[in-house]
Design a protein around this ligand. Structure first.
Ligand code: ADP
Ligand code: MG
Length: 245
């Protein structure tokens, strides 16, 4: 359903992603683990075309894009990026908009959805993440866990084909992280296709079907999560996993 093939990304001379290939089957959850600076965020940003790789190709649903020296046309970028949703470590909610406005804004402006329909969609998603009662408050009045649940609802609002999460629990205390893990697990059970960068062993092991270990821009090992966490094939993977708590 979504695939990246032979992706290379450079920042000047820094070769950050080295010939990365991965496939996310529809309804699957993939965790991306690896040390800081290994390229996890860059890979997520390439998957939604916030960053443009220098070579490789990607396919999302019926849309295919081949990366060359010539940058893709913005309408071709948009065709793919609008089918992805992104959740950031620090929530990135609009501070001066209410919870419901945070969710409806993109639907109305980017996706041209009629306002009444956008509100109905946002209300359904707030119910799903357990925050209907916070509909009209500003993000700053919410806990971090609640803010991240709003961010997840916002990312899901346009019904993206894939939800990309960049360390969605890293800024949260364990108790608040747990409520975000619960929401992500529920989404996984409902068949949401997800790719998530994380250092949270519990999140990766309990929600992801497959896990990719990335180091210095290269995929060291990809396996089903149980295998990767309990009996990895590469010594380097085992060493890294031992550093996670
Ligand atoms: P991770 O998310 O695994 O910590 P990143 O994808 O953030 O890793 O970073 C991978 C490498 O790319 C690092 O060397 C980082 O300094 C570099 N990098 C990331 N974003 C940029 C950017 N916008 N400009 C230049 N270098 C960047
Ligand atoms: Mg990162």
């Amino acid at each position: 359903m979504i695939s990246l093939q032979g992706i290379n990304k450079y920042f000047q001379d820094n070769h950050v992603l080295k010939d990365i290939s991965l496939t996310l089957p529809k309804g699957s959850v993939t965790a991306l683990i690896g040390p800081s600076g290994s390229g996890k965020s860059t890979l997520l940003r390439c998957a939604n075309l916030l960053e443009i790789p220098q070579s490789g190709q990607m396919q999302l649903g019926d849309e295919k894009l081949v990366f060359t020296q010539k940058p893709p046309r913005s309408r071709d970028i948009h065709k793919i990026s609008r089918q992805t949703g992104m959740v950031f470590q620090n929530f990135a909610l609009f501070p001066h908009k209410t919870v419901i406005e945070n969710i409806t804004e993109g639907l109305i402006i980017v996706h041209r959805m009629p306002k009444a329909e956008a509100i109905a969609r946002a209300e359904a998603l707030l119910d799903k993440v357990g925050l209907s009662h916070k509909r009209n408050v500003l993000p700053a009045t919410l806990s971090g866990g609640q803010q991240q649940r709003v961010a997840i609802a916002r990312a899901l609002a346009p019904s993206p084909q894939v939800l990309l999460c960049d360390e969605p629990t890293s800024a949260l205390d364990p108790e608040l992280a747990a409520e975000v893990v619960a929401v992500l697990r529920q989404l996984a059970n409902e068949g949401t296709t997800m790719l998530m960068a994380t250092h949270d062993l519990r999140l990766a092991a309990s929600v992801a079907n497959q896990t990719i270990f990335l180091e210095a821009g290269e995929i060291v090992e990809t396996a089903d999560s149980a295998t990767l966490f309990h009996s990895p094939h590469k010594a380097r993977t085992a060493e890294y996993i031992a550093t996670l708590t």
